[in-house]
Write a protein that binds this ligand. Structure first.
Ligand code: URA
Length: 203
């Protein structure tokens, strides 16, 4: 199977559909995922949002950002004037990785090696789309897009990822994990102001 995937890769996918077929055929690096979760949205979207990896809901539905973090992101985007249907949403890693606890599947963070494994596919995805702006949601996306581990607190804001204009902000799941309501509200407002800038940069 490795050789078959390499052969397909060597054929250079010319469309996102061809690329996705390669990713689907390769399967998860770590066993367990139900299916690959591909990017979603218009192929000529001006803004591409890059997350970490699909979560439990995404894995089951086969769509990115449909669980709690995705719902929060979609709401914040809309408040900032970015319709979800006009943007393209994808992930650095295309398969859900988890730890089973009872009947719950707890998300486990992809390793740097896993991010590296998926990186050529993410780069090809961008190359086929040539968006105006690439948004990194959280540290895993920054690592995937830049090849470097960078703390979000120091890199938040405008960036460049290779030939692409970029923007770095927090991952929406970070907002969900904050302990108290006041901190949450403040962090959400900061996220919203990032999204407003993202909206303006893509005009
Ligand atoms: N978190 C991500 O990073 N991606 C998703 O698709 C969902 C949650």
């Amino acid at each position: 199977p490795e050789r078959a995937i390499q052969a397909m890769w060597d054929q250079e996918p010319k469309t996102l559909e061809e690329l996705n077929a390669i990713i689907a055929k390769a399967g998860p690096l770590v066993p367990g995922a139900t299916q690959a979760v591909f990017g979603e949205g218009p192929h000529h979207a001006e803004i591409v949002f890059v997350g970490e990896q699909p979560g439990d809901q995404e894995d089951l539905q086969g769509r990115p950002f449909v669980g709690p973090a995705g719902k929060l992101l979609t709401k914040a985007m809309r408040e900032a004037g970015i319709e979800r249907e006009q943007a393209y949403l994808t992930n650095a890693v295309k398969h859900f990785k988890f730890e089973q606890r009872g009947h719950r599947r707890i998300h486990s963070k992809p390793t740097a090696g896993e991010v590296k494994h998926y990186r050529p596919w993410l780069m090809k995805e961008l190359e086929l789309m040539r968006p105006k702006l690439v948004v990194a949601l959280g540290a895993t996306a920054v690592l995937a897009l830049s090849g470097k581990a960078t703390p979000i607190t120091r890199s938040r804001g405008r960036a460049t990822f290779g030939p692409y204009q970029g923007y770095i902000t927090v991952h929406p799941s970070y907002l969900l994990r904050l302990p108290d309501e006041a901190t949450k509200r403040e962090a959400y407002q900061a996220f919203l102001s990032d999204l407003h800038r993202i909206h303006d940069l893509a005009q």
